[in-house]
Write a protein that binds this ligand. Sequence first.
Ligand code: FES
Length: 337
Amino acid sequence: MSFKTTIQPSGHSFPIEEHETILEAALKHGYTLPYSCRDGVCGTCKGKIVSGQVDYGKYQESTLSEAEKAAGMALFCCAKPQSDLVLDCREVSAVNDIPVKTMPCRVHKMERPAPDVMVLLLKLPSNERLQFLAGQYIDILLKDQKPRSFSLANAPHDDEFLELHIRNIIGGAFTHHVFEVMKERDILRFKGPLGTFFLREDTEKPIILVASGTGFAPIKAIVEHALYIGLKRPIHFYWGGRKQTDLYLLDLAKQWENKGIKFTPVLSETLPEDAWQGRTGFVHQAVLDDYSDLSGHEAYVCGAPVVVEAAHRDFTTQRKLPNEAFFSDAFTFAPKN
Ligand code: FES
């Protein structure tokens, strides 16, 4: 059975199934409410039920008192609807609305989809979740080393683990640690979420996504978020690398094509053994070749600084992309020793 939920003061409304929590349904429909643990412990998601009935769900009693319940408060990560609802709560609309935390995490899994790429899955302490916007990054804090910035590759709704994609950079002290020393169950510390590279949802403009190498990570988060909320805007994703193994999750990107995401892989140095049938050259050039006018688009570009800089220069000067419609990460993937 499905009900209608309306958020005040924004007036946003969305359907909610009786088995869904208010928070789950809001996130699914693209409305970001504040949350942290998603487990009835921290109280971050507490808000007011202005009208309607809910099943309050399972939560830690100290987090929601009887007096608060009597005053109409509920924990939106636990409460499920029993009727149409009107809620009074703040929506998260900008990075400033999300607290930056420093937290420990455990290395849950290490996978190498290509010889020089490591995918790390990080597990947070129980009762902790990280709220972030699709495309943001975290800083890994290691003793005696500068913080290392890595984009989150998972979408916010899929937050059991934080996923990082790390390229092995010759001479990079941190990547040496990841590829040679780190093992599953190691404990790390990080700070985040950080950055303003995230999907803007207050426009209907078609979207161009451009990644080079492991710049794929935040693009993956953005695409998975867009698919999850059923975003209707056209999306065209270009993924560039030198050789085919640089496109280390090619099958995943190809699967998105069945869900309406246009995908163009581009290689700049094809090897005979790749038997590459696709596009060749620089990835940002492929966009220039396909689009004569980007004045009505948004572009999200992530990867090697040279790719980001060339895309910004040529999209804005040659294809009339407005400067404010170009988004890129604040950090680079160059070694920082
Ligand atoms: Fe922590 Fe709901 S998000 S109590």
